[in-house]
Design a protein around this ligand. Structure first.
Ligand SMILES: [Zn+2]
Length: 80
């Protein structure tokens, strides 16, 4: 049963989100980002590992490898 704040996804689709806390090791900035997790089907119909989609709709296999500090541009970012 969907709650009042959940997105009404396509039927049979269970939308998953995951929030990560990032901390920049260079300037100390911290922020959170929430990613949608999208289960992917390859052309053969096999289920691939979940893919992350950020709030701009860009797909990535892991948000942890694409973490860049928005304040100083450093890629030395710790993810909690
Ligand atoms: Zn930084």
């Amino acid at each position: 049963m969907p709650g009042p704040n959940e997105n009404p996804g396509p039927p049979g689709f269970d939308p998953l989100t995951e929030t990560f806390a990032f901390v920049c090791l260079d300037c100390g900035a911290s922020w959170n980002r929430t990613f949608d997790l999208v289960p992917l089907l390859d052309p053969a119909g096999c289920l691939n590992p979940l893919e992350y989609v950020d709030d701009e709709g860009r797909a990535m296999h892991s948000p942890l490898t694409d973490a860049v500090c928005g304040a100083c541009g450093s890629r030395k970012v710790r993810v909690g």
